[in-house]
Each structure stands twice: as C-alpha cells, then as structure tokens.
Design a protein around this ligand. Structure first.
Ligand SMILES: Cc1cc2nc3c(=O)[nH]c(=O)nc-3n(C[C@H](O)[C@H](O)[C@H](O)COP(=O)(O)OP(=O)(O)OC[C@H]3O[C@@H](n4cnc5c(N)ncnc54)[C@H](O)[C@@H]3O)c2cc1C
Length: 405
C-alpha cells in the first residue's frame, strides 16, 4: 500500500470540528476544573449533546455522523479518526478529556471480548441522555506494571462470583456505571487464573471509594475501589466462561489486548498537550523576541523550537501508523507501544522545555503552561510506563528469532 501523508477529508472535518470545541468549550474551563478537581456536569452534558464523548469500543461520539456509521458500518478509518480527534481534545484540556462521558478505557475489552448480549447491555447504558461512564481496573496497591501480580480474588459461588480486593488509581472509578475488573481465581496459577468481570454501580459489596489527589489531571476523578464479598452474577464474567476454558490465559489476554487499542489514543492525548504548550511558547516568543537578530541566545531558542516541532511531528506519525494498522486489521502491538513510549517521553520534554524558554511566568498557577507541565507527567506512567512500552518494543524485535527478552 502506498504511503500517504495527508489527512483524509473525514479526518480533516473531525479535526476542525473538535478543535473548535476544544478552543471554545474546553480551554475556557480548564484552569477552574483543575482547581476545583471537578468538571462541571453541565459542561459534560453539553459536550455529550455535541457528540464529544469517549465512547471507545462502541464507536460512538461525533463519528456517528459519518456516512458509513449511518449505514450501520464501522468507518474503515475509525482508529485514525479517534486519534485525530483525541489530539485536539488533549490540546483543549486533558483533565476534561479523560472525564468525557462514555466507556473510556473500559470500552475496548467489552467490545473485543464481551458476548453480543454483554456488548448490548453495557454499551446500552451510554444511550442515556445523561452523562455515563465506564472504567477499567487492573492496578492494585501492590501491583501496577506487572499485571500478572493482581491479588483481587474471585471465588465461584453458585451462579455468581464473590470478589474481594482493592483497586487503586482508577480513572473515573467513582462516577462509573460499570467497571471492567480483573481478579484471580488462584494467585498461584499466574495468568491462567485471571478473570475479567463487569462490576456495576450499586452491586452489594462494591464500594466506589475515595478520590486520589494527583499532581496533574486534577479535573479528572481517579478513585480507589473496594470489593468486599462483592457478588457478581456469572452473566457479568466478560466473554462468558467459555473464553477462559478455551484459552488458559484468557483473562490476561483481555487485559493486554486492550492496550493495542488504547495506547495510541493515550499517546494522541499527550501529543495534544505538548502541542498546546509548544504553540503557546512559539507565539510568546514571536511576540516578545526579535528572532531575526543575530544574538546567540536567540539561536538557541530557534534550535529548541525546531527540536520540539520535530518531536511533535515524529510522534504524530507513530500514532497515526499504529491507528492505521488497527484500521487495516494488522497486529499493532509494537507500533501501539512505540507510539506511547515515544510520545510519553517526548511530550514531557517539550512541556519542560517550554517552561524553560518562557521563564518565571510559565511557572505561575494562573497559567495553563504550569498545568500542562503537571498534566503531562502521567503520560509516561499510565497505559504502560515508558520502560514497559520500550520493553514491549524490544520483545517484538527479538520475537522472530525465538528469543524472549
Ligand atoms: C492518573 C492515573 C490514572 C490511572 N488510571 C488507571 C486506570 O484507569 N486503571 C488502572 O488499572 N490503572 C490506572 N492507573 C495506574 C497505572 O496504570 C500504573 O500507575 C502503572 O501501571 C504503573 O504502575 P505503578 O505505578 O505501580 O509502577 P510500577 O509498576 O511499580 O513501576 C515502578 C517503576 O518500575 C519500572 N518498571 C516496572 N516493571 C518494569 C520492567 N519489567 N522493566 C523495566 N522497568 C520496569 C516502571 O517503569 C516504573 O518506572 C493510573 C495511574 C495514574 C497515575
């Protein structure tokens, strides 16, 4: 297939529309939502009415308006449209973006591994006029990157499973109508013991606990979840019992399979934040410095601006390629991890460099630059840390030789 470096008409339409929403609706609310650690429900309802949601997996949101979607088909460039839209949303505000109504990180496992009945039931929640959220929970107080170390227990009891354990740092955990929760039937079985459940708000023993107070993305709800003899009907075992009988590592595959879809999306959000920071700095310099003068200091500034521009452009290519591979149905684990590994680190460097260039005013809390710097750090931590994503890339390099690194 020929390489194309221009965006399709549909991508351009989505980018323009979402950019307008980001500029007019998100930016003006960004600082206040960060200070209040909350996105006003009125804003989320308004965005939902405009089709700006995180309906990951159900292929909803603004994309509903595409002609393919109207004809009941999934747009063939769905993943590229999503990363294009998310770059603009990240540019608008990442805290608000993560709080947009929809299935969020919970969408891809339900869409890839859920039974038709489960997909209908859990995505059906988002047809409500009111904002609704889904969430995804693997992380526990003692276990993050190494998902195989989860300790939340599930024990079969008649026609249900009883869950006990704690999940932490769960995005939209407190407000979610349902959460995809990973548990183990027997820790000693490792990956083979993993099961994924959809636990619904209000189920007895499911406690949506305290908010985690973070340095960045403060507008977004991140919560601790407790499961205390939580009874989950077997109909909520994701994919049904057959999925786990057919594949020993079924539950682990559900957890890992999600990342191929979500890592490019998270990388696109980081790209949006870094681009916001870069554009602000570029304009500040244009207004405050005479770059045409042959002063050594300005030479350094130009070099820094060029380096940042290259990082953003390289990151966008990696992200679009990972999304394109998903669109054409090719395995994209390497590309998804590469986009996230690269962009998480590069975006952090860009945001830090911008504060360096602008100086003291860039550090004040009245300024979005300071917020972008706090927001960006986590993009090299969640959805696989930088080290873990580089490890995934290294593994794929040696896979053809039968060597596991
Ligand atoms: C804002 C925010 C939102 C989040 N949202 C969610 C969510 O919705 N759902 C959810 O389940 N989790 C969520 N998380 C948790 C997140 O996924 C974990 O923080 C992440 O997996 C890293 O785990 P950890 O923090 O325990 O670090 P650890 O895994 O303990 O890692 C510590 C350090 O060791 C390094 N390291 C670990 N293993 C290796 C290795 N094999 N090789 C080399 N280096 C390694 C890491 O890169 C890191 O530098 C969120 C976290 C944050 C901060």
């Amino acid at each position: 297939m020929a390489l194309e470096f221009f965006e399709s008409p549909q991508q351009q339409t989505i980018r323009e529309f979402v950019h307008w929403v980001a500029q007019e609706k998100m930016r003006p609310n960004a600082l206040e939502a960060d200070r209040n650690q909350e996105v006003p429900i009125g804003l989320l309802t308004e965005l939902k009415e405009m089709g700006i949601t995180m309906d990951t997996g159900s292929g909803g949101g603004r994309l509903e308006e595409s002609s393919e979607k109207k004809a009941g088909k999934t747009p063939k460039e769905l993943n590229r449209l999503v990363v294009t839209a998310v770059e603009e949303l990240g540019w608008g505000d990442a805290g608000i973006t993560l709080t947009l109504p929809g299935a969020g990180l919970g969408g891809p496992p339900v869409s890839s591994f859920g039974t038709p009945e489960q997909r209908e039931r859990f995505f059906g929640v988002f047809k409500d006029k009111e904002p609704r959220w889904g969430a995804y929970a693997t992380t526990e107080p003692q276990c993050g990157s190494d998902v195989s170390g989860i300790r939340t227990r599930c024990v079969k009891d008649g026609d249900a499973y009883i869950l006990n354990g704690t999940k932490t740092f769960i995005t939209n955990g407190n407000i979610a109508s349902w959460v995809v929760v990973f548990a183990t039937i027997d820790f000693s079985l490792g990956r083979a013991g993993h099961r994924a459940f959809v636990v619904e708000k209000g189920m007895p023993g499911f406690i949506q606990g305290e908010k985690v107070h973070k340095m960045g993305l403060r507008a977004n709800d991140t919560a601790v979840l407790y499961f205390e003899d939580c009874r989950v009907p077997k109909e909520n075992l994701l994919g049904g019992e057959d999925l786990y009988e057919a594949r020993q590592s079924g539950g682990f595959r559900v957890a890992m399979g999600t990342f191929d879809a979500t890592r490019p999306i998270v990388a696109a959000m980081a790209l949006g934040i870094a681009r916001a920071s870069f554009e602000h700095t570029r304009d500040f310099i244009k207004e405050n410095y005479n770059l045409g003068r042959p002063v050594a200091r300005y030479g350094r500034i130009k070099e820094k601006l060029a380096e940042m521009e290259l990082k953003l452009a390289a990151g966008r290519l990696l992200i679009q390629k990972a999304a394109w591979m998903a669109d054409v149905g090719r395995p994209n684990t390497l590309e998804a991890s590469a986009s996230k590994a690269y962009m998480g680190k590069a975006a952090l460097e860009v945001c830090a460099e911008c504060i360096d260039l602008i100086g003291d005013s860039g550090t004040t809390q009245d300024h979005l630059l300071e917020k972008w710097f706090r927001d960006i750090k986590v993009y090299d931590i969640f959805e696989g840390t930088g080290q873990v994503n580089r490890l995934v890339v290294a593994r794929r390099l040696y896979e053809p030789f039968g060597i596991r690194v």
